[in-house]
Design a binder for this molecule. Structure first.
Ligand SMILES: C[S@@+](CC[C@H](N)C(=O)[O-])C[C@H]1O[C@@H](n2cnc3c(N)ncnc32)[C@H](O)[C@@H]1O
Length: 203
């Protein structure tokens, strides 16, 4: 057992999964880093798979796995071209990751998540709201797409109006949608102040 408490959003997603049991195979898109959320699902009995585009992030997740004596099964992969067969997964999610893609690429990635999901399977995603306190910091290259620079590296963040992500989910049923305003405290380990969360079902 890993001594760790995970973001509330994952417990909420687990509740929806338990209420919609279709199997136990789950995919995390953007799964790497030193705080891999897949550990939560592995510990809850799921067959866990992850992909990440960055070697460095995968290495960090492997260090976490070695330290905690677990295997998270994270491989290199791009969520815009998910390296798994259609209908392979019961559940898919991406936590704090899809908003690093442009809005056009986010649509490609969500179509890929739809492809690899079984019919009836669930998908969790979180997006940054235009009401987040950092939504105007940086250079806007397209509406809501902001480039910021840190240590000579450029980062893209996409910010969304309240219902804007709905159009990504034409092939899904939206079963949960929340706008979270953080007035005091933190959104888990980020400094974000406004997030849009979705749980959808492949129809
Ligand atoms: C802010 S980190 C979040 C990591 C992890 N989900 C977490 O909650 O700690 C964003 C992650 O998304 C990954 N990523 C960005 N674009 C990606 C893509 N197109 N396909 C797969 N992973 C991607 C990055 O390499 C990075 O590991």
């Amino acid at each position: 057992m890993i001594e760790k408490v995970y973001p509330p959003s994952l417990y909420n997603y687990l509740w929806y999964i338990r209420s919609n049991p279709t199997g136990n195979r789950i995919l995390d898109c953007g799964a790497g880093g030193c705080d891999p959320k897949l550990a939560f699902f592995l510990e809850n009995g799921f067959e866990a798979y992850g992909i990440d585009i960055s070697d460095e992030q995968i290495k960090d997740s492997e260090e976490f796995s070695a330290k905690n004596n677990i295997n998270l099964n994270i491989i290199k992969g791009d969520m815009r071209k998910i390296p798994f067969d259609s209908g392979f997964f019961d559940y898919v999610y991406s936590y704090n990751s899809i908003f690093h893609l442009s809005k056009k690429d986010s649509r490609v990635a969500i179509n890929e998540m739809h492809r690899v999901l079984k019919k009836g399977g669930l998908c969790y995603l979180n997006f940054l709201s235009v009401d987040d306190k950092w939504s105007k910091e940086g250079e806007e290259i397209n509406p809501g797409e902001i480039i910021t620079k840190e240590d000579d590296e450029e980062y893209l963040h996409s910010y969304y109006e309240d219902d804007e992500p709905d159009s990504y989910f034409d092939e899904f049923e939206i079963i949960y949608k929340e706008k979270i305003h953080i007035h005091i405290g933190r959104y888990y380990n980020t400094g974000r102040s406004c997030i849009l969360e979705y749980i959808t079902r492949k129809v």
